[in-house]
Design a protein around this ligand. Structure first.
Ligand SMILES: *Cc1c(COP(=O)(O)O)cnc(C)c1O
Length: 422
């Protein structure tokens, strides 16, 4: 979103026009931003066979999936439903990676039948996998390298207390299981959590993985997961992707040379690809002066964007309707009956009832984590592609709230005969 000629625009389209056409609350995604992120990541790596696996849990709209697919990106899925959506979006099965955690063996078998790449995250499932498939179905192993990183305790998933992956300290056991069951391990995977800042942390983790790789002669890829940090605040430090790419390319080339074969290097960005492309547009319903603050009440809430309340995440907020007004301080709050604050003490250009606000970085973990709490409807989604805003998901309607419910009292009496005597 850029400020041009005193108005905010996305690909030259005034944001107020988009809101007028599709109404609020509204999720708007800028396709150019996603495409840019893909090329920045790809161009950072040199002389390595890089595959990008989009972590679709961050934003799973079919049009977004097709957009990244057409730009050569593959898919990382964490549930069988995501796998099925990926297939529906047209991804070839060999370009889909299934990285579940705490799922039943039946769900893994379902994925095997669909023909996607399976990533196994615990020894018990690995043994079952070996019992059933031996070397007939290849698989990858998710390793927990025990590197603590990540912006927030809830999204740190590589540390020693984490439920994810097989501990690096259990590798000799894994080796025994693999050898005794004749399992064909074609990939090693790690994902240390979201929001890793430092390229040195990536390199450290990569070295742990390269070390493990020596024990697996059939590898085709090393998957270093994700954790790329993007800017939520203007002054935020972000992962330096060109620097990471340069250092990692060199480290990976050296590893391939010592391994004896060129492997593929995989990453699984979610947030990096889509976070900054997304904007949650909302309208100001009410201004309320309290002794402590001026509240700006908007037509959205934690049901649409839960990150501020769930992770204390900072999401920048702009007053799209008054880009040059004087700055005033506000608390921006939602319409949910629960503490529901999008931003405390925010300096916004003076806010008036009816103004359009944009909540930024609303591409990743925003719509995909939305709910119907308070029986509120989910917003519509719009993708601005080649300078044109396209509706990619309709706003929900009241029918969506009762879809699937079974009204048992339409056919059986609520009161028993005895109770209805009086
Ligand atoms: C969530 C997740 C990702 C993506 O993380 P981001 O921080 O959004 O880039 C990648 N890999 C796996 C296995 C995940 O669960």
């Amino acid at each position: 979103m850029e400020l041009k000629n005193s108005e905010y625009q996305i690909q030259g389209v005034p944001v107020t026009e988009i809101a007028n056409e599709f109404q609020t609350p509204l999720y708007v995604y800028d396709a150019d931003k996603i495409i840019n992120q893909i090329s920045t990541l790809r161009n950072a790596f040199n002389g390595v066979n890089l595959r990008i696996k989009y972590a679709m849990k961050s934003l799973s709209n079919l049009s977004i999936l097709k957009l990244v697919k057409e730009h050569g990106v593959d898919l990382d899925c964490v549930s069988i439903q995501e796998v099925l959506l990926g297939i529906q979006a047209g991804f070839p099965k060999e370009r889909i990676l299934f990285t579940p955690n705490s799922v039943s063996f039946e769900e893994i078998q379902e994925a095997v039948e669909l023909g996607v790449v399976i990533n196994i995250d615990n020894i018990a499932i690995l043994e079952q996998f070996g019992d059933v498939y031996q070397d007939t179905v290849p698989c990858a192993i998710r390793i927990n390298p025990h590197i603590t990183a990540g912006g927030n305790a809830k999204i740190q998933v590589g540390h020693i207390g984490s439920k994810f992956g097989i501990s690096i300290f259990q590798m000799s056991h894994v080796k025994k299981v693999v050898e005794s069951h004749n399992i064909n391990v074609v990939g090693l995977h790690m994902h240390s959590g979201s929001d890793i800042l430092d390229s040195e942390v990536f390199l450290m983790a990569a070295n742990v993985m390269f070390d493990c790789a020596k024990d697996f002669p059939n590898l085709q890829f090393i998957d270093l997961g994700s954790g790329f940090k993007v800017a939520y605040k203007e002054e935020d430090i972000v992962t330096n992707i060109p620097e990471l790419g340069k250092k990692m390319s060199k480290a990976f080339q050296e590893f391939c040379a010592s391994y004896g074969r060129d492997l593929e290097l995989w990453f699984e960005p979610g947030k990096y690809l889509v976070s900054e492309s997304g904007h949650l547009l909302t309208k100001v319903n009410v201004l309320k002066h309290s002794p402590a603050a001026v509240f700006v009440g908007v037509d959205s809430g934690l049901n649409h964007l839960i990150r501020p309340m769930m992770y204390d995440a900072y999401h920048h907020i702009k007053n799209v309707s008054n880009p040059e007004g004087p700055k005033r301080v506000y608390d921006v709050v939602g319409y949910i009956c629960e503490t529901d604050t999008f931003g405390y003490d925010r300096k916004l250009n003076e806010v008036r009832v009816g103004d359009l606000l944009s909540i930024e970085n609303a591409g990743a973990y925003s719509y995909s984590m939305s709910s119907n709490y308070n029986s509120r409807l989910r917003p519509a989604e719009v993708l601005v592609f080649n300078g044109v805003p396209h509706l990619i998901r309709q706003r929900e309607t009241l029918e969506d709230l009762t879809r699937g419910q079974v009204d048992i009292f339409s056919s059986i009496p609520v009161k028993t005969e005895e109770a209805s005597l009086d």
